[in-house]
Every structure is written in C-alpha cells, then in structure tokens.
Design a protein around this ligand. Structure first.
Ligand code: EPU
Length: 431
C-alpha cells in the first residue's frame, strides 16, 4: 500500500487546475446506460472511482473507451448483464447509480446493497421507495437489491431526506418513464444539475434541476451526446483551505467560483483575501495566521459536508476556537483522533467538535479513513513541524486527481512511498 510523506513547514504559492468533478462524473458515466448510442464524456478526472465505474459498466457488456485527455466513450448498445456485483459495489457506494438507469432501460437490475461505510450507515431506502412509486417491484435478498419493472410510470415522489445520489438515480430512471415524474425535496447540488444538463443533451426533458422540485417528462428514448463534466468544487475548496492553513497564496484555475460560495464566505471569515474571476479563484493569506470559524454542514447551497474535515484542520491551527457541526452524516469525524495525534486540541460532543487552534501541529504517522478525512490529514501535514506520513491513501486516490503532483506544483514537499509496514490490528480494521 502507498503512503504520502509530507515534510511540513512550507507556505503554498502558485497555481493549480481543478479537475472534473468526481461526483458529477460517476452519475454521468452511469447515464450512458440509458441510451444505445454513444455518450462521450469530457473532462473526466483520472480517479480510482472512475476506474471502478468503468469496470462496473464493462462487466455489464458496456463498451467503455478511455481516450486521450480522459475523454471516456460509453457505448451501451449491447448490455449483457444487469448485475452490479458485491465485489465492485463494496469498493464504491456510488455503484448504486446504475440501478435507476438499468431499470429504466432494461426493466431489471440486480445491485448489491452498498451497506455502511466509514462516515455512517448510508441507507438507500429513498432510492428504492422512489423506484417503487414509479412501478418497480423491488426485493432485497441475500445482500442484493433485485428490481423488476415494465416501463416505469411517472410519479410524484417527495424524498424524506435530501439525498444526492437518490435524486440522481430517480431523475435518470424518470427520463424514460411513461408520463411526468415530480421529485420533491430534491438535492440541489451542482453535480445534480450537471447530470440533468447531460441528460438534457441526450434528449431528456427535465425542468427545475438545482431547485427542490424537479419535473421530468419521460421520453421514448435518449440519444448519444458529448458532454464536458463541471469542475470539482470540493477539490477547489481543498486547495484554498490548504493555502489558508499554510498562510500562502493559491490560485485555482479552470474552476467555477459560483459553486463554492458557502466555502469562500467562511474563508473570508477566517481573514483570507479571496478574489475571483469567471473561471478562477485565488486565496491569499499574506502570511497571516487564519482565525477560527464556526460552521454547520447542510445540503447545497449550505456548507458542504465534503469540506468539513478540511476546515477542522484549518481551525486546528487557527487563532481562537471554533465549533463545527456535522448534520449530513452521523459519523464523519474519523479524522479527529488522527489530528489529535498531531497535537490538535479537539473535543467532540455529539455531532459537534470544538477546536482550539494551536500555533503548530507536529508531524506524525496517521491513518486516512475516508476521502475527505485523508485530505484534511495531508493539509495538516503541510503545516506541521517535521514529517507526516499519511497511510491508506487509496482513499485519496479515489477522489483527488494527482494530489501530490498538484501540491508539489504549489511548492510543498509531498512524496508517495511504498508502505511495507506489517499489517497491524489497527490497520486491518475494515471501513
Ligand atoms: N440517506 C438516507 N436514505 C437514502 C439516501 C440517503 O437516509 O436512501 C441519508 C444518508 O444516510 C445521509 C444523507 O441522507 O445521512 C445524505 O446522503 P446522500 O444520499 O446525499 O449522500 P450520497 O448521495 O450517498 C453524495 C456524495 C458524497 C457527499 C454526499 C452529501 C456522490 C457519489 N457522493 O453521497 O460524497 O458527501 O452526497 O453531499 O455524489 C465524497 O465525495 O467524499 C462523498 C462522500
């Protein structure tokens, strides 16, 4: 297993490019299942989760061609299997995104239940109830969701909780349903809007994506399209936080500042100078120590849960104390104990952590537990005294493209090394 070794103490300075958004790419690739024409997807990030999606589609008989500059062509003209097996689903929960498209196009799907993960229980009941409302018969047996239907029927469905992949699954299924589907309490995340735009380019009739009510008029068939994925707002935010933590200056280009306003507001609140153009955003800390901020995660346009861990690190080195409350996932503080090992002063009470900033953290061996927690540890390593070794970085590789190269471009000393340490009871814990 690889690890990242970070020599702390640098002040980031420079420019990086935002990659395409992971959480838009995964549903868009799955949307390729909805047509027998070819879907050409551009600006696809080179990530482990994208490779897993491609493998998942390929084992269903879908032709997946990865061309130059990660242009991916999805050809679902001859689907030979409607099964998403446990071995792939267990490595990536977003595999559930094939359920809606398979059911809509083929009238059958067998998808392993994703189960829980390091950040919480993460059920898929809302996906299943929505599909049932559209006429699907679903049983869960032997760890698998087995779904059957004739042509799905349009339905009005109000989701109990705002769910991103739930909204995406149901929106995809509804594109080929008979009649109108209205999704209430829909997720408003930019990645939902990006998927809707791709589906519209494929001939779908969708209104209201980006609002809590999405209306989909089903059509007989979708056609092929070429679509370019939007920039990754969470990757963008991660680099801006790294700039703030190291008291440096970073410009992220080929991004969209309008997608992370809740994040930039907090960064301004911590004393950073943030400037923006149409497709870039720059944070300059001018060598100053950031001030702590209070925040509470919530669905878009609220503060994203996917930026919570990075801000925990920011508060850990900031002036003053800040309270961070996580409301989206019940167990997304796995990074806290690792940050404490680096000297952070953090106390957890329920779904809130109180972080008292320290002037410095100390480098230590730490363990990544999920994707965004890993990013928070790398950022902590950048500012810590001495060396930090972040183990289990396969989590990072799932969702950050060329992270160490990008940090190196900004002046950090981050190296990928082989971790040949024997497996211990701790490192063998399954997430
Ligand atoms: N929920 C239910 N029932 C459901 C679905 C969700 O109770 O049927 C609950 C979840 O347990 C959670 C809340 O609803 O408490 C929100 O979960 P959501 O379904 O929105 O999460 P998701 O769709 O599984 C996506 C992103 C996550 C991101 C969340 C929240 C993808 C592939 N994943 O997950 O991204 O944190 O939305 O914004 O889009 C990441 O990139 O690191 C990541 C975890």
């Amino acid at each position: 297993m690889d690890l990242l070794r970070i020599d702390g103490g640098c002040r980031l300075d420079g420019q990086v490019r935002a990659s395409g958004a992971k959480n838009a790419t995964l549903p868009i690739l799955s949307a390729g299942l909805l047509t027998d024409d070819t879907l050409v997807v551009r600006n696809v990030p080179h990530l482990e989760d994208v490779t897993t999606t491609n493998l998942l589609l390929a084992q269903m008989g879908v032709g997946v061609t990865v061309g130059d500059h990660m242009v991916v062509e999805v050809d679902s003209s001859s689907i030979s299997s409607c099964v998403a097996p446990y071995d792939l689903v267990k490595t990536m929960r977003a595999s559930i995104l094939v359920l809606g498209p398979l059911l809509a196009r083929r009238g059958e799907a067998e998808v392993s239940l994703p189960g829980g993960c390091a950040i919480g229980a993460r059920p898929v009941d809302i996906h299943l109830r929505g599909l049932e409302a559209m006429g699907a018969e679903i049983e869960v047996e032997g760890g698998y969701i087995r779904a059957r239907s004739g042509r799905l029927r349009g339905a009005r469905y109000a989701m109990d909780t705002v769910t991103v992949t739930g909204t995406e699954n149901l929106m995809m299924a509804a594109t080929l349903a008979d009649g109108v589907t209205v999704l209430e309490n829909a997720a408003r995340e930019p990645e939902v809007v990006d998927l809707a735009n791709c589906l519209i380019a494929m001939g779908a009739k969708i209104e209201g994506a980006g609002t809590p009510i999405i209306r989909i008029q089903g059509v007989e068939r979708l056609h092929g399209a070429e679509y370019s994925v939007l920039p990754d707002r969470i990757e963008t935010g991660t680099f801006l936080v790294a700039a703030a933590v190291t008291r440096g200056r970073v410009r992220v280009v080929e991004t969209d500042p309008t997608l992370i306003e809740a994040v930039t507001e907090k960064l301004r609140g911590c004393g950073a100078e943030v400037t923006e153009g149409d497709d870039w955003i720059e944070l300059n800390m001018r060598g100053k120590r950031p001030r702590s901020v209070d925040l509470r995660t919530s669905p878009y346009p609220g503060f994203p849960t996917d930026m919570q861990a990075q801000f925990t690190t920011l508060n850990a080195v900031a002036e003053g104390a800040g309270a961070i409350t996580e409301t989206v996932f019940e167990n997304r503080f796995m990074h806290v104990s690792e940050l404490q090992r680096m000297g952070a002063d953090i106390r957890q009470a329920g779904n809130t952590v109180i972080v008292r900033g320290k002037e410095k953290l100390t480098g230590a061996p730490v363990m990544a537990t999920d994707l965004r927690a890993s990013a928070s540890l790398v950022i902590a390593g950048l500012v810590a005294d001495g060396a930090t070794e972040v183990r289990r970085i396969y989590h990072l590789d799932r969702g950050y493209e060329c992270m160490e190269e990008k940090f190196a471009q900004l002046g950090a000393t981050v190296r990928r090394l082989r971790d040949d340490a024997p497996v211990t009871a701790r490192s063998a814990v399954k997430t």
